[in-house]
Design a protein. Structure first.
Length: 388
């Protein structure tokens, strides 16, 4: 999810009147479900509200999650619940799953699940169990600021951070910074074509900022699933790119959606050291970055044309496949088949995206809309899309 603007819905929605503080220890387990024990949700909802206040849903192409998710909420939740119950039955520690389902994915897919559970009218106990699952995944890997409220997404321990800093040796120059910026933009656009806009976190995630010496920070940019062969034909690209940049005199602020990056200072002249790897192989010169950018940009253009050529039936099937693919690492670790079942595909058959959007009773007025969505997102409250 990565478009920015104001959180609003398209005009065809009918109007019908009538971050975890790192110092606060997690109080709940999956067997303790009082609303009080989920007080961390207040921080999460604050972060979510602030983030979605910068997003204009009308800009998402070719559609949005508010169109798509309601038409198969129950089918998707059955898959998610199967993952959660399998982990519990097999006593797989969250620490084993956390690094394969990163903070950006936890933050965003918790949000999606919160809306789905209200559409499906799941009981509060199940809603809290799902929320706790994503929270424990976050807790097992994040170094505080679980929801990006203070502008970070940190997973490196002090030892791991030192190792990363020691490995960043390329000399930063404005030419390198500009070349990488173009590569990142191309990868960003490719990710939107591969996963659709609102699943973009599957492909892009920023980590940091980490302290890297006097007036310096480390920012890590991960571009993954650039060649997801389980979803689309082989495009010839490396599947993952990983960039480390050490900046001087530059501040970076991330929010709940980590691809939303705000800089203080000049990241072009501020880049002092860098490293870039494609599938683990170092790229060490500007010309190689430029050549790779041409390939990624070409694949992005072709992919976007392919995506936009899908009719609604094919698009719905592709988005079912995409959402299941995002959870493939968890399914693989738990020994589950990640591919959608025929029942999941069947759940979207005969339903239109417009019908999905009509699920929401979008109240007019800024204040009314804010209150409506806050109650939809809060799993502790029995409040549903029809406003009851």
């Amino acid at each position: 999810m990565a478009r920015r603007g104001t959180f609003s819905l398209p005009n065809d929605v009918p109007s019908r009147s009538g971050l975890q503080n790192p110092k606060v220890k997690r109080q709940n387990t999956t067997n303790a479900r009082s609303s009080e024990s989920f007080s961390w949700l207040d921080d999460y909802l604050d972060a979510l509200e602030n983030t979605l206040g910068t997003i204009d849903v009308t800009t998402f192409q070719p559609t949005s999650w508010l169109h798509f998710h309601p038409i198969w909420a129950r089918a998707w939740l059955e898959r998610l619940d199967h993952i959660i119950q399998t982990r519990k039955a097999r006593k797989v520690p969250f620490s084993k799953l956390a690094r394969i389902f990163t903070p950006a994915l936890c933050r965003v897919h918790l949000y999606f699940a919160l809306e789905d559970m209200k559409v499906a009218r799941w009981p509060k106990t199940k809603r809290l169990e799902v929320a706790d699952f994503f929270y424990q995944l976050l807790e097992a890997q994040s170094q505080g600021d679980y929801f990006g409220k203070t502008g970070t997404n940190r997973v490196l321990t002090p030892i791991a951070l030192k190792r990363e800093l020691d490995s960043v040796r390329g000399e930063g120059t404005p030419d390198v910074a500009r070349a990488f910026g173009r590569l990142y933009n191309a990868a960003y656009n490719l990710g939107a074509g591969l996963f659709v806009d609102f699943y973009l976190d599957a492909g892009m995630e920023n980590f940091g900022a980490y302290p890297a010496g006097k007036n310096r920070i480390l920012l890590q940019k991960t571009m993954r699933h650039l060649n997801p062969k389980g979803l689309w034909p082989d495009n010839g690209l490396p599947n993952a790119l990983n960039f480390n940049g050490i900046y001087e005199g530059v501040g970076v602020h991330l929010n709940l959606i980590t691809v939303h990056t705000q800089y203080d200072g000049d990241p072009i002249t501020g880049l002092k050291k860098w490293s870039l790897k494609a599938e683990g192989d170092p790229i060490t010169d500007v010309e190689s970055i430029r050549k790779l950018t041409e390939r990624v940009a070409g694949a992005s253009k072709e992919q976007w044309l392919t995506l936009r050529a899908l009719d609604e039936t094919a698009l719905k099937r592709q988005m079912v496949l995409n959402r299941c693919f995002i959870f493939k690492p968890l399914c693989d670790q738990l020994g589950l088949d990640w591919k959608p079942s025929q029942e999941m595909f069947g759940a979207v058959t005969g339903k239109t995206l417009h019908e999905g959007l009509k699920t929401w009773n979008f109240l007019p007025g800024k204040r009314g809309a804010k209150n409506y969505w806050r109650k939809i997102w809060d799993p502790r409250i029995d409040f549903y899309p029809d406003g009851n």
